[in-house]
Write a new protein. Structure first.
Length: 179
């Protein structure tokens, strides 16, 4: 990022956030008040760090925790404060934040979804026989947003980040953006 020295002294916090002061192309000739008014704050083009995390499932329906991988990429980025946005690029998988201490919680979640939306016997017309997976993924959602401070995810004591696999096992790509 190019920083114009005269402006850098005016607002050092704006530089850290990816916004820097730039003078207008033509500066007024009179007084500091007019000059200060003429200065414009413009957002510089800032490309936040983006990563792809590959998550592997081994069963047709499974919740796979990958909190450690997200925290590792966050540390790697050097970002101190903001939000992490995760997005799964698939129509038969979703993302959720839920309890990671008791393995019965993911099992119970999957049991409920299987009971409500079974793979067979519902009269689905989609030829791949995975309509249930598309519906479950839509209900769970494809994104999660997690705040962080001091480079640490602000998850609760028992919370973890899970890929919700509904048509596996396979490798899934999760896009991670840091803002």
């Amino acid at each position: 990022m190019k920083i114009i020295p005269e402006c850098a002294a005016l607002d050092s916090r704006s530089i850290q956030s990816g916004v820097a002061l730039r003078p207008p192309t033509r500066l007024p000739r009179r007084g500091p008040r007019v000059l200060a008014t003429a200065l414009k704050i413009r957002a510089l083009r800032y490309n936040p760090p983006m990563y792809t995390i590959k998550v592997r499932s081994h069963q047709r329906e499974e919740l796979v925790e990958f909190t450690t991988e997200v925290q590792g990429k966050l540390k790697e980025s050097g970002a101190r404060e903001g939000i992490v946005v995760l997005y799964v690029q698939h129509t038969t998988a979703g993302l959720t934040v839920n309890e990671n201490a008791d393995p019965d919680v993911p099992r119970d979640m999957l049991h409920l979804l299987r009971t409500l939306i079974p793979q067979h016997g519902m009269g689905f017309r989609h030829g791949e026989e995975n309509s249930d997976a598309h519906i479950k993924a839509s209900l769970v959602g494809s994104t999660v947003t997690i705040p962080f401070t001091d480079g640490e995810l602000l998850l609760g004591r028992w919370q973890g980040i899970f890929l919700c696999e509904f048509d596996g096992g396979r490798e899934r790509k999760v896009i991670m953006m840091i803002r």
